[in-house]
Design a binder for this molecule. Structure first.
Ligand code: HPA
Ligand code: ZN
Length: 335
């Protein structure tokens, strides 16, 4: 049975491409684009990665992405992610991007999506990683802004598999985006939403009932509500859990306190993901390794988590079967 979590083929389903922006690349692009950063050096920037909650992280996350200006910049960030993802055992990725964080700075939607798309195609060729894009709306912006973003995306509809909801959760319940998500569903896109990271279980209910999500991003606070646990189990609703993120953003004090084992005991479809790996101390294989160690998970639990990632992904059935067969073969090997 495989005991090296990096060797397990896996899908990554909760990954913000702007959260893969490593300090060295931030500085290189700032210089190229003649943007002044509010930090004197790579080390000083890295030292600022001490967060007290989601908002303290988001402030830095949005400041850093200000250096992204051209199609080439977006392509390079994504290419750097794919090269690392391959080393972490990722064979399929479903990647969030935050168009409003760029269009609000005057960067055309097309620049963002064309840059990302060129990296997606290159990664498929070079690394064999299949990818889908998920366009997120910033929930602390208005529903009108989200609707305008949806309209800007329509000409690129084929490149997008789903819409999502991210940024500051508390005070911005899913129902604020009811009409936008109805429109997205009518367009043929799937829906997902961050819910139950800092927000209450009621936001998870709303994401299910109002936004008709196919997955819940984070969802860790669902465990506070027994009726919600039963619903998630009965519907086999996937949760995209991000353990290192949860510790960095103080959702749990330490990894040992994480509720992942309880999710597995409750028979929930939990998956492991890295969220914003450049900021939270590890990519997806690192997250697998860290939970295996801190929570003493046996190899069979890691295989189950990797299996869940394929079952929860938006791939066609023949691709899913092929990836599951690869997982079974890897799981049977001694590494
Ligand atoms: N939560 C909400 N919004 C985000 C996150 C997150 O973990 N990462 C990037 N945007
Ligand atoms: Zn996230």
């Amino acid at each position: 049975m495989v005991s090296n979590p990096y060797a397990l083929p896996k899908a990554e389903l909760h990954l913000h491409i702007e959260g893969t922006f490593e300090p060295e690349l931030i500085f290189a692009m700032a210089e190229r684009n003649r943007v002044t950063l509010p930090y004197p050096s790579v080390d000083a920037l890295r030292r600022a990665y001490e967060f007290t909650d989601l908002q303290s992280f988001l402030d830095l996350y949005y400041a850093a992405m200000n250096v992204l200006r051209t199609e080439r910049d977006f392509a390079e960030v994504a290419e750097a992610y794919f090269a690392r993802a391959r080393e972490q055992g990722v064979v399929h990725a479903e990647i969030f991007f935050d168009p409003q964080a760029h269009t609000a700075r005057g960067i055309p939607f097309e620049t963002v999506i064309d840059g990302l798309w060129s990296a997606v195609r290159e990664s498929e060729r070079r690394h064999g990683i299949t990818t889908k894009l998920i366009m997120c709306f910033l929930r602390d912006q208005s529903a009108e802004s989200a609707m305008a973003t949806l309209e800007a995306a329509l000409p690129f509809g084929e490149r997008i598999v789903a819409v999502g909801l991210d940024s500051a959760e508390v005070g911005h319940p899913p129902a604020k985006f009811r009409r936008v998500f109805e429109r997205a569903l009518a367009q043929g896109w799937k829906t997902v939403a961050h819910a139950g990271e800092e927000g209450p279980p009621a936001y998870v209910w709303e994401a299910l009932d109002v936004l008709k999500v196919s997955r819940v991003d984070h969802g860790v606070r669902s465990l506070e509500d027994p009726a919600l646990i039963a619903r998630l189990r009965e519907e086999r609703m996937p949760l995209t859990v991000c353990p290192l993120s949860n510790v960095k953003l103080r959702v749990f004090d330490t990894l040992r306190d994480h509720s992942l084992p309880r999710m597995l005991d409750e028979d929930l479809v939990a998956t492991i993901n890295s969220d914003d790996p450049a900021y939270f101390g590890g990519y997806v294989g690192d997250n697998f390794a860290a939970v295996a160690e801190a929570l003493a998970l046996p190899p069979s639990a890691l295989v189950r988590l990797a299996r869940n990632s394929f079952e929860a992904s938006f791939i066609d059935e023949s691709t899913r079967s092929a990836y599951l067969a690869r997982l079974d073969a890897a799981a049977a090997t001694e590494v």
